[in-house]
Each structure stands twice: as C-alpha cells, then as structure tokens.
Write a protein that binds this ligand. Structure first.
Ligand code: GCO
Ligand code: MG
Length: 409
C-alpha cells in the first residue's frame, strides 16, 4: 500500500473546505478533512509545502508511525494548523486501511457499540416566537436534542442566531464566516446575556416540557465567576450541557465553575491535543469532550482522548458545525458508533452543493446519524462538481464589548 500521489483540494461549495486525497499505487483513495474556518490556506500550504513531500513512497498501512513522524518529526508541536494537517493525513490513512479491508471504518475501530449517533440540531431565534418556530421545525424533522441560541433585546447580531428564520423544511442557515474584506464586527453585553438567557430557558421548558434535551453554547465569553453564576441560574432547566463557558486555555479556572454548579459542561472545540484536556479530564471538571477529528490530530489522536476521558466518565460531544466538512463528519460518525463513551454528536446539515461535492453516505433518521456501510469512511469527492466552487476568502467575526474593547467571539 505505497502512497504514490497526494493532493490538497480546496473548494467552496457554500463555504471553504480543505480536503486531502491520498492515493496508493494500486489505485485506492483515502480522504481527510483539514478545514480551519477563516484560516484555510494556512493548513493547505502546511500540507502542500511540508507534508505532501513526506508522504510519497510511504506505506499507507503505517498509521501510528506516520502520526508520530508528523507530530514529533516537525519538532514544532501542536497548534490548530499543524494538528488539522496531521488529522487530514491520519483520516485519509484510516479511510484507505478500511477500504483495503473491505469494511466500513467503524469495524476497524472495534465495531458497533450502538446503531447510530444521536445528534443535536441548532434551534435559534432573535425573539421567543422565532425561537419556538425553529424548535418546532427541528422537532418535525425528527431531532431529539436541540441547542438553543437566542438574540438579546436591543442587540442586532448575536452569536449562534440564524440571520433569517428558516422556513419549515429549509436548511438552518447560520454561517458565521463572511466573505468580506475585513471581519464583520459584532457587539456583546455579558450582563444583558446573563440576565436574559435564564428567562429564555424558562419559556422553552414551559412550552416544550421537561423531556427534550437542551444545550447551549456560551462561546468562550464569560469569566469563571460569571460562568458559575450562569450554570447555577440554568440548573432548574436541566441542560444536557452548557458549552465553552470560559476560553479554557486556563484549565484550572474550571475548578471554580465546577464548585458552584451541577449544570453539565462541554469544552474543547478549539483544543487540538490531549494536553489541552489533561487537567479538565483528570479532575473531572467537564462532562463532554468537544474536539472534532479534524482539529485534534485525526482518528488516532481523538480516540486516545476519548479513551482517557472514559476513565473519568467523561463522554464525547464531537464538534459538528458546517465548517467541519462531510469528511470530518463521516470520520466522527465511525468513531461515534464504535466508542463506549459516546455522548452526543453535533449536526448542522451542509448545503446541497457541499453534499454534491463530497457525496457522503451517512444518513440522518429519527434524530440520529448513521455512518455508511461501504468500505472506508464513505466519501466520494467529485472533482467536476468541486471545480464549480473555487476558494473564496472569508473571515469569522470579531467581537467587541459595548465600549469597543475586543472580546472573545
Ligand atoms: C459550535 C461552534 C461553531 C463555531 C464555528 C467556528 O458549537 O458549533 O461554536 O458554531 O463557532 O465552528 O468556526
Ligand atoms: Mg461551540
């Protein structure tokens, strides 16, 4: 299984994606996702200039050795660009190995622990009526768990709220990256948010009852004591999780949050190695690991994080917004059905243009996603379709407090 051709594919079917395609001498192809929202070309260049030349002639079977070679061999460790590049190679090699075996990838990861991965969808609205419509539209489509994001009175744009409410049957359209010359600037008022959010959860529980699992993303914006107070205020509404309450580079800060609230916590979508979780997991300061395959060094490395987490009863909650490509989502589903400590999978459906390029074989039914059954991860990249969607520079927003101070977005 010698690698003889490696390509970095950049396309933009609705948003930018960086995909690695690894071909073997006997004509098999494996795919990996290397998309880093708003910084795509940095990963594409890292792969093209520094990784592709190392892969030609290597044995595609040697997944662990290749991972260590790229991680230790670069000398410069960790970071989102490096780890997304390593993730793409690792995923492509797992895809190849499963194709050679003639098995869907999850069979190589230990086989099924469950039939499919329960997902949560994104319900949002600027006002309560809009939010309720969005929740109803998701329930009609079969979702059995929902993330709730809401506008704030008097604020024009708030993280996580779709710009226009999606009509029933339509795709939810929240895409934070914008193809503008400079990043869009948003405004933020933490005190208003902390006052308003519990009233929204109270209304949602009153309307939809106690059963539906509800999640919320604070998107890194709070101090530890603000996070503690929010977790406490939301306890009556029984959240499935509260996500990214603090930026969490400082893992110890979560001790303070944990001391004050029993609301379950999820963290890690911007982390990229097991080291970012070391204190959080060992001290049981979180309940869910948010890293995607794409940004945490691939299937090999994320599996290791989940196995470590399992020792502490911490579960998976893999990041799955649209900036994780169908390759990254497919890999997540194979891992998700195989591991014991699966929690939930995030799901924000891609556009039909994106699906036309990647032709994923996973299927959504009954509120869950199941990986495809054909050999590999179940992606079939269509170069002709992709050629219609060239790269388009886009930035994530920048966030400022009302007085103009740059804040976490
Ligand atoms: C989530 C995330 C996303 C990120 C996005 C940035 O929980 O899904 O917070 O919405 O903002 O992935 O690229
Ligand atoms: Mg998030």
């Amino acid at each position: 299984m010698l690698i003889d051709h490696v390509e970095v594919l950049v396309s933009s079917p609705g948003r930018n994606f960086v995909t690695l395609r690894v071909r073997t001498a006997d004509g098999l192809t494996g795919y990996g996702d290397a998309t880093l929202n708003g910084r795509e070309l940095a990963v594409a260049a890292y792969l093209q200039e520094h990784v592709v030349p190392l892969l030609t002639g290597r044995d595609a079977h040697r997944i662990e050795d290749t991972w260590q070679y790229l991680y230790r061999g670069a000398y410069w460790r960790r970071g989102p660009v490096t780890m997304a590049a390593i993730a793409a190679v690792d995923t492509a090699l797992w895809d190849l190995k499963a194709k050679v075996a003639g098995l869907p990838l999850y069979q190589l990861l230990g086989g099924r622990s469950r039939d499919a991965c329960l997902v949560y969808g994104h319900a949002s609205g600027n006002t309560l009526p809009e939010l309720f419509d969005s929740i109803r539209a998701h329930l009609e489509k079969g979702y059995r768990a929902l993330r709730i994001q809401t506008g704030l009175p008097g604020m024009s744009t708030v993280y996580g709220v779709a710009s226009s409410p999606a009509a029933a049957g339509e795709r939810y359209d929240y895409e934070p990256a914008r193809a503008t010359a400079l990043p869009v600037e948003e405004r933020w008022d933490t005190r208003l948010y902390l006052r308003h959010l519990p009233t929204v959860f109270e209304a949602v529980r009153a309307e939809f009852g106690p059963e539906l699992p509800l999640l919320h993303d604070s998107h890194h914006r709070l101090t530890p004591i603000q996070a503690a107070s929010l977790g406490k205020a939301l306890e009556p509404y029984d959240l499935f999780w509260l996500e990214d309450v603090t930026p969490a580079e400082n893992q110890e800060a979560l001790r303070l949050v944990r001391r004050h609230t029993t609301t379950p916590l999820a963290i890690g979508e911007v982390f990229n190695t097991i080291w970012d979780y070391q204190t959080l997991i060992r001290e049981q300061l979180i309940d869910y690991v948010r890293s995607p395959v794409t940004h945490a060094g691939g299937i090999t490395a994320l599996r290791r994080i989940f196995d470590y987490a399992a020792m502490y009863q911490v579960k998976s909650g893999i990041h799955g917004p649209t900036d994780i490509s169908p390759v990254g989502l497919a890999a997540a589903l194979h891992l998700g059905v195989a591991i014991h400590n699966f929690g939930i999978q995030e799901y924000m459906p891609h556009t039909s243009d994106t699906d036309a390029v990647f032709r994923p074989s996973y299927r959504f039914a009954g509120g869950s996603l199941a990986p495809g059954e054909e050999p590999g991860i179940g992606i079939d990249y269509d170069d002709v379709a992709a050629a219609r969607f060239p790269y388009k520079a886009a930035y994530l927003p920048v966030n400022r407090l009302l007085d103009g101070t740059v804040h976490d977005w």
